[in-house]
Design a protein around this ligand. Structure first.
Ligand code: SF4
Length: 204
């Protein structure tokens, strides 16, 4: 009775060892035949075999342009429950043909990164510290300054009587975290205000 149990245990141990060895990616790669290059199933773990791409479960895919530089690579923005879940290159773009550089590939973090500032930060004239402002207060302050500056600097005509209808007192310098759609709206707004000094690093 005792000997049979010991041999059963020995067989069990041998089976376990064979299973363990057979589960090693290098062994699977060498023995399965179908994936000798180790590019697919042979190197999948149990967990990775059950993973599915975020893009499979998106509610919508929105076409956009990478805001980071003047190349203007096409992007596909995947959205689920109103949140950006993934950004990939757009194969239909004649500029980039589906490719994004590392900055463009990481641009999802511009909207989702936990380190992103999501409050209004204000430093008063001559102030040395930043302070938080509520959005309504900040909007009122901006509107007051825009209206006052526009009124004080408005140019209806030049010295020869030619029509100008502009202000040189308001300018906009955008950065790389402004996306394509935000830049479009900003251009519309500033042009409607009469500002002509409107710039963005992407210059698209
Ligand atoms: S930052 Fe990279 S992905 Fe974005 S437009 Fe420039 S080259 Fe393209």
């Amino acid at each position: 009775m005792f000997g049979r149990t010991r041999s059963d245990r020995g067989r069990q141990a041998a089976v376990s060892v064979r299973k363990l060895i057979a589960s090693w990616p290098a062994v699977r790669q060498a023995t399965t035949g179908a994936d000798r290059g180790g590019m697919g199933r042979a190197v999948q773990s149990e967990r990775s075999a059950t993973l599915e791409p975020r893009t499979d479960t998106a509610d919508a895919v929105v076409g956009s342009i990478c805001p980071y530089c003047a190349v203007g690579c096409g992007q596909r923005v995947f959205v689920k429950d109103g949140r950006v879940t993934q950004i990939e290159g757009d194969p239909a773009s004649p500029v980039s043909r589906g490719r994004l550089c590392p900055k463009g590939s990481a641009s999802k973090q511009l909207v989702t990164d936990s380190g992103r500032i999501s409050k209004v930060r204000y430093r008063r004239p001559h102030g040395t510290e930043w302070e938080d402002l509520d959005l309504d207060t900040a909007m009122e302050m901006i509107a007051d300054r825009v209206l006052r500056t526009r009124a004080e600097t408005w140019q209806e005509h030049d010295a020869a009587g030619g029509r100008l209808r502009r202000t040189m007192g308001i300018a906009s310098l955008g950065g790389a975290t402004l996306d394509n759609e935000e830049n479009y709206l900003m251009k519309k707004l500033y042009t409607a205000l009469g500002a002509i000094q409107i710039e963005n690093q992407a210059r698209i």
